[in-house]
Write a protein that binds this ligand. Sequence first.
Ligand code: SF4
Length: 420
Amino acid sequence: MPDSPTTSNAQAAGANLWTCPFCPLLCDDITLAPTGDQRLAAPHTACTRLEASLAHFGPQDANRHPAIDGQPTDLASALSQAAAILSSARRPLFGGLATDVAGARALYELCAQCGAILDHLHGDTLADSNRALQDRGSFFTTLSEVRSRADLVIVFACRPSQRYPRFYERAIGEGRDVNIVFVGCDIDEAAHARAEAILRDTDPFDTLALWSAHVEGGRPIPTPDLVALTERIKTAHYTAFVYEPSAFAGPHAALAIEALQRIVKAINRTARAGALALTGDDGAASVNQAITWLSGFPLRTRVAYGMPLDHDTHRYRTETLLRRGEIDALLWVSSFAPEPLPASLADDVPAIILGHPSTQTPARKGPTVFIPVATPGIDSGGHLFRVDTSVVAPLAAARSVVLPTVASIASQLAQARRPS
Ligand code: SF4
């Protein structure tokens, strides 16, 4: 398993460094420091996403108790009520699923007992990526390979620093001669290598169709910028294509991802190139990997003991299930940030929230159980897959607030439901 570049630095320094769980770059070169008001800060790391994520944690988290219908209670009562909700549900949805590998594994066991459907907070993006992978395959690359080999980086129709603030720091090796070409978007001002932009205002689907016709079919196209870029790729040592699946607007993102992969594949007949998809936030990559490993299917699968697995990207979409009233209970998991329940959840559907301790629980008609859980990398250890899914990073607790993990709550619920 290849090390991330920052892992090597951290190990060499022998310092007490911390791995950030708040985006799939999983930066592991961070020094956390407690602040005077018992909060956490990373004074030497410039990352707006990290700063915003840490702001959700405070000394009050230690006093957050489980609640039933908004009334504070003890953990045993909350577990008992949650188990009762799951026992009477015939078609529950396990949604959100913002957790780590251990959380996903334990939830899978509970899911199989309940005959539940599994989908993630970023299920639409995951489904697009999965569909493109199933239909077309992928020429993927890793952060380490981009950093050490790429001399040409093509950022397609996205602005990586917006969601992944340290992307360039992680992916562009210092002191290397790297050119970045932004295609179908403006130059990302955070890019510190030599950068230029082409076809800024062109629809990405039009660009991909033309580019594909050129590199795959060898056809002449009326876009000299794309022809010139293709010639540069041929002479580059290694080209990395970077894209964000969630940045493709509309319902056909999978087609754009497929088209991009087709171009990368065609290029590999005569040159070397790979693609890096910036995705997998809030445990999406980790949960998808764990569930695929356990079941053979990615998320949006219904799992029930004694029944065939049922995977359906469209039917088992959270929004579709909720809007059609097709579920009779929701188990909502959000351990990295206080994520609200989906707006389309009917008010009378029973809900169990395994949530970040700062979650505000809404007043609802249906029975609602809230259990505050540990955030992996803050209150507990854990493991997360990095953005390129080539590295599983271990996480260590950053403070000593005692909160149960998602895995331990899921296991206790499974135990409570098991016939004695
Ligand atoms: S870029 Fe992502 S992993 Fe790195 S410090 Fe910022 S939020 Fe954390």
